[in-house]
Every structure is written in C-alpha cells, then in structure tokens.
Design a protein around this ligand. Structure first.
Ligand code: GSH
Length: 294
C-alpha cells in the first residue's frame, strides 16, 4: 500500500500506483496555456475590434483553403511566451450559437473606466458598466465582441499576461477541480464562494494568477448542465509528452477524444480530451509548437 506521505499534491490514499505515477509526471511536465480557440463569423471585423478596442496585436494568420477555414492569432505578446486567442473562420459560416456554458475571456487593464470609454467611442458594446464586482471589491466591466463573446475587463496593475482568464461554467465544482488537478496537474489557485449571488468560482492554472492565464470555473448553485453551443472550441496547453499526457488523463477517468500522435501534414504531436462537463482541451508538444512558429 502507498503511504500517505509518499503521495503528491492532489493524490488520495485510494489512488493506484499507476495513477499516482501519472500524476507525479504531470506535475513535473512543462505546461502553459498556449491559446484559446473559438469560431467567429467575420474575421476582419473581429480583428479590427480586438486590435482597436482591446489593444491586441495580430500575430499570425493562416488560410487552409483545402479545409475551407482561416485562423488568426491575436494577443498581447509573442506566442512563445503569451496566452493568445486563435480565431477560426469557417468559409461561409457567419454566425454561431455561444450557448450558456461559456462565460467570458478576462482581460487585465490598468484603468477599466478609461478602457470602457475608448470601447464606447469605437462603437463597442458594453453590457456591464465599470464598478466593483457584486459582492466584492475588484473593479470590473463586461463588453461584448461582434459575435457576442463576453470579455471581462479586470482592473489590475501592470501584468505580463493581460489575457488572463477563460471562464467556463461547470455542473459540479469539486468534480471539475479534482479533474484539473489530477488529470491536468493544475493547481487550485483560489476558490471563492459568493453565497449572496449563489455561485462559487475556482481559479485553476499552472502558476500565480497575476503572471499566468488561468481557467476560471464557475458553479451556479443547483445548475448541473449547460448548453455548450458551437462557437467556443477549446484551450490548448503545452506538454513535453502527448503520450504520457493522454495516459494521465485516462487513468484519471478523462475522455480522450483524439489519440496522441502527429497531425497529418504538419507533424505536430497533439492529443485531445474532454473534462467531466464536456469542455475540450488540446495538448500540444512543446518542441513541435515552437517549430510551428518559425
Ligand atoms: N451567475 C454568474 C454566471 O454564471 O456568470 C456567476 C458568476 C459571476 O457572477 N461572476 C462575477 C460576475 O460576473 C465575476 S467573478 N459578476 C457580475 C457583476 O458584478 O456585475
């Protein structure tokens, strides 16, 4: 039997030796949130909004005519060190259903009021005026992009990673936290219950929130399921070994939706899975990813 002392963070006495070994490996793996992938109906309109209103830079664009889609990568710094957005435009598809499960993307700004003013001046939609979050102190605002994706503007001092959150709603918070800790090797950075407004949030990630993008999981009291729509796609995370990554997900009860291995044509090794709520993640080989950027 395994001694309690020998277990790594997150492991429980009932976990098998294989599970514990896989969890120890994911903790040591070099992981980072790379990008968040979603679909938009008009690439140029979204690029214009993100660059002019949100201050992002267009980092790269690739057209795959054989598959009838175009990708655009935008963010606040180079992809080899920053979390960025990967927009997908599918030829001829002008709108998507965002659903009720996707929450928002978080952007840290030094002055929320000033940012909102600028966005309004550019004709952007503000859905929640600047002010302290209900039941808390931090100053926030919500805006909507041309497809209706929400962005939460969060007032913070200077940060290396302004694109700082992806918020997804989950039906069982402890189940989700357990999955992201064990199968993904993430850390529970913060958990906050807001009983007055009947929700609990958990920040999960690979490093402190002020320097790293995080996954914000929201549980609304009593809500067990959401409509995931067809607009939001997935988060991509880097890894040194997609095969071991898939194994760690499997032994922790995760669903592998794409077996680990190279992608046809571009040879980048990936694996994909869904979490207990059905949210998708793709893991991308660290070295292959850097080659793609060359
Ligand atoms: N019912 C909310 C949801 O599912 O979006 C729960 C999450 C929530 O309320 N989050 C806070 C928020 O959006 C931010 S942590 N507050 C709205 C406000 O302060 O106006």
């Amino acid at each position: 039997r395994l001694s309690k002392r020998g277990l790594c963070a997150g492991a429980e006495a009932g976990d098998s030796a294989v599970t514990v070994e896989a969890m120890e490996w994911v903790k040591k793996d070099r992981r980072r949130l790379l990008h968040v992938v979603y679909r938009v109906g008009d690439l140029d309109k979204t690029i214009k909004f993100y660059t002019e209103c949100l201050g992002m830079k267009l980092l790269r664009k690739r057209d795959i005519p054989e598959e009838r889609y175009t990708n655009a990568f935008l963010g606040y710094g180079p992809e080899d060190s920053h979390f960025v957005v990967e927009l997908t435009y599918n030829y001829g598809v002008e709108s998507y259903n965002i659903g009720t499960g996707f929450g928002h993307f978080g952007i840290a700004v030094e002055d929320v009021a000033k940012t909102v003013e600028l966005i309004k001046a550019k004709g952007g939609t503000v859905t929640r005026e600047p002010g302290p979050v209900k039941g808390g102190k931090s100053v926030i605002a919500f805006i909507e992009d041309p497809d209706g994706y929400k962005f939460e503007l969060i007032e913070r001092g200077p940060t290396p990673e302004p694109l700082c959150q992806v918020m997804l709603r989950v039906g069982d918070l402890d189940r989700a936290i357990n999955f992201y800790e064990k199968a993904f090797g993430m850390e529970l950075l913060r958990k906050r219950d807001n009983s007055e407004y009947k929700y609990t949030i958990a920040m999960m990630g690979y490093g402190p929130e002020d320097k790293n993008a995080v996954l914000e999981l929201t549980y609304n009291y009593g809500v067990k399921e959401y409509d995931k729509g067809n607009a939001y796609a997935q988060i991509a995370i880097s890894t040194d070994d997609v095969y071991k990554t898939a194994e760690a997900i499997r032994v922790n009860g995760g669903q592998i939706t794409r077996e680990p291995g190279p992608l046809p044509g571009i040879t980048t090794k990936i694996t994909a899975c869904t979490d207990p709520d059905g949210w998708k993640t793709v893991f991308v080989d660290n070295i292959d990813f850097l080659k793609e950027l060359e």
